[in-house]
Design a protein around this ligand. Structure first.
Ligand code: PLP
Length: 450
């Protein structure tokens, strides 16, 4: 149950102490409720107790401006030690020469790359939001970061709707057309927020490099799968820069990073500071370092299981009447599934119904939604991901149980409140974090230190 004390203005005029208590109570209610949910948001995960411990440490109260070992503040001896370790571990995981672990999120990491390698008025190429591209690649007219913040023009990469991947032939045609118009792409961005299959980095690298473009790979969604060795490694396939979100398939704290080559280190470092970061959330850097150690030890087994679970969930849903896209390719090669839900309603409505049953997913645009006059409020699709359920120890047979619960709500139109009881009972078996060294504290346990 959600306490409503903080919603609207109904409880305005409380004493400070009442507000204080309300806020802390609401946090606890969230933990309690979330422990009963089946979490299928593709961009979310659950960190280990050790990462949570780091997040509440004193590192979160400090500043360490500057590059590691060259700070402009005193008192950074231990912070430097942890940040050096973080950089070393990330280099090991991603097999890259250079890591800047300071960007405080994936968005900021993308901004660091834009700032380092583009000028306002340049043209970049990326997937549109309707085809899985991220808001950071968007043009100004959509208030996307690339256009609205960095002044970039955006040419879209064409998506093959059936393959759910970048269409190589049409991309080549578009590049040639740009050649004819005298438009040189400064950067191409591979990656996206619906990222079921590896992108053609190797296939297109030469075309872009020969035109002087930077090849950027936004690994946000698949950062953990790459670290576990189970998805394309963009660094070895020709990428110049890679951005990381550390909390999606990578099971660390919310943070970002940029990976690159030594020859690009200086512009990246300068873009981060003084460009885009002052305080770089040192508690998150510590948490990231811990998650890197966990990833080195458990990453392969974890990411293999994430993918197996996604494929099993796709299969089980498909057998129960859900139209999971890319069936001919086994639905996915990553953690994410895209489902055309229009046989049963619209994405927004289905999202709400499933939430009532304790199954947390998000509505999502299908590539052809705009043409069919649907929008992001009530699109034709839903998106599911298996990172968090995998971290909780679920396997393929558990995916079948989740598919059955979803079938009861969406296909058989059972009362979600009734299904919720069974969803909660199912979830009660998965309350500890797996693929970590220590898990004495439960996954969703609220830790009081007052
Ligand atoms: C989530 C996401 C980001 C942004 O990451 P944050 O850490 O949330 O700022 C960037 N790119 C893609 C493709 C994403 O899915």
């Amino acid at each position: 149950m959600i306490l409503c004390g903080l919603h609207g203005s109904k409880l305005s005029g409380l004493s400070p102490r009442r507000y204080y208590d309300e806020i802390l109570n609401t946090l606890q209610e969230h933990h309690k409720e979330f422990s009963t949910f089946i979490p299928l948001i593709a961009s979310e995960n659950i960190p280990s107790p050790a990462v949570r411990e780091a997040l509440s440490s004193d590192f979160g109260n400090r500043y360490a401006e500057g590059w590691v070992g060259e700070r402009v503040y005193a008192g950074c001896e231990y912070i430097d030690k942890v940040e050096f370790t973080c950089i070393d571990l990330m280099k090991k995981l991603y097999k890259c020469e250079f890591v800047d672990p300071r960007p405080i999120s994936g968005v900021v990491a993308n901004l660091v790359v834009y700032t380092a390698f583009t000028e306002p008025g340049d043209t970049i190429m990326a997937l549109p939001i309707t085809c899985g591209g991220h808001i950071t690649y968007g043009p100004k007219k959509l208030n996307g970061t690339a256009g609205a913040v960095t002044g970039l023009n955006v040419e879209y990469l064409p998506l093959d709707y059936k393959e759910l991947n970048i269409d190589i032939d049409r991309t080549l045609k578009r590049i040639k057309k740009m050649d004819a118009e005298g438009i040189k792409p400064t950067m191409v961005i591979f990656g996206g927020s619906v990222f079921p299959f590896p992108h053609p980095v190797k296939e297109l690298a030469e075309e872009y490099h020969s035109r002087g473009a930077i090849i950027h790979y936004d690994s946000a969604h698949v950062s953990g799968l790459i670290a576990g060795g189970q998805f394309q490694n963009p660094i070895t396939e020709g990428a110049d820069t890679v951005t990381v979100s550390t909390h999606k398939t990578f099971f660390g704290p919310q943070h970002g990073s940029v990976l690159s080559w030594d020859k690009y280190a200086e512009p990246i470092k300068k873009a981060t500071l003084p460009g885009l970061v002052s305080n770089h959330h040192l508690h998150a850097v510590a948490g990231l370092a811990i998650a890197c150690a966990e990833m080195l030890e458990f990453g392969e087994a974890y990411s293999k299981q994430v993918i197996k679970n996604a494929q099993a969930l796709g299969q089980a849903l498909n057998e129960r009447g859900f139209k999971v896209l890319a069936e001919h390719k086994g639905f996915t090669r990553s953690h994410v599934l895209l489902i055309d839900i229009t046989n049963y309603g619209l994405g927004g409505d289905v999202e709400k119904k499933l939430e009532k049953a304790g199954i947390i997913i998000n509505r999502n645009l299908l590539p052809w939604d705009v043409k069919e006059k649907r929008n992001y409020i009530n699109p034709g699709g839903i998106r599911l991901g298996t990172p968090e359920v995998t971290r909780l120890g679920m396997k393929e047979s558990d995916m079948v149980e989740i598919a059955e619960l979803m079938e009861r709500v969406v296909v058989k139109k059972e009362d979600p409140v009734k299904v919720r009881k069974d969803a909660t009972a199912f979830k009660s078996k998965f309350q500890t974090v797996h693929y970590c060294f220590e898990n004495k504290t439960k996954a969703y346990e609220y830790v009081k230190i007052r």
